[in-house]
Design a protein around this ligand. Structure first.
Ligand SMILES: [Zn+2]
Length: 128
């Protein structure tokens, strides 16, 4: 459409919002595809971890030292450590520094105030 056309300004004004809407829709669609991909990756990782956990449990149980009831009791005990029987566990993220007594993050390898090494890290401090 020519610039000299008296309808050009009207045309552009009337179509600009739909162009913006189209771009917004395309951006939203791309974000949805990205989120779906991430969910699919997480599902694959969860499936793999569940399979590994199940295999490890069966090896342990079949060694004859523990039963399914023992596992269920331990799951309940661990679940209740954060005060809620909800099938989830929240990791403890802070502790008191043994040297200076200040609060320190369990994620840090040493106290940010006095430099004391964080020797209290446990295998699942970063889980949950
Ligand atoms: Zn300290």
């Amino acid at each position: 459409m020519s610039v000299n056309n008296p309808l050009a300004g009207w045309f552009n004004r009337m179509h600009l919002p739909s162009d913006v809407a189209g771009a917004t829709a395309r951006q939203a669609s791309a974000q949805v595809r990205s989120a779906e991909f991430k969910i699919s990756e997480l599902q694959n990782r969860l499936d793999s971890l569940s399979l590994t956990c199940m295999a490890m449990w069966e090896l342990l149980r079949d060694s004859g030292n523990v039963s399914d009831d023992d596992l269920m009791a331990k799951i309940r005990e661990v679940d209740l450590r954060d005060g809620a029987l909800d099938g989830k566990v929240k990791a403890q993220r802070i502790a008191e520094c043994p040297r200076c007594g200040r609060t320190m993050s369990l994620r840090h390898v040493k106290c940010m105030y006095c430099g004391e090494a964080n020797l209290s890290q446990k295998p699942f401090d970063h889980a949950g």
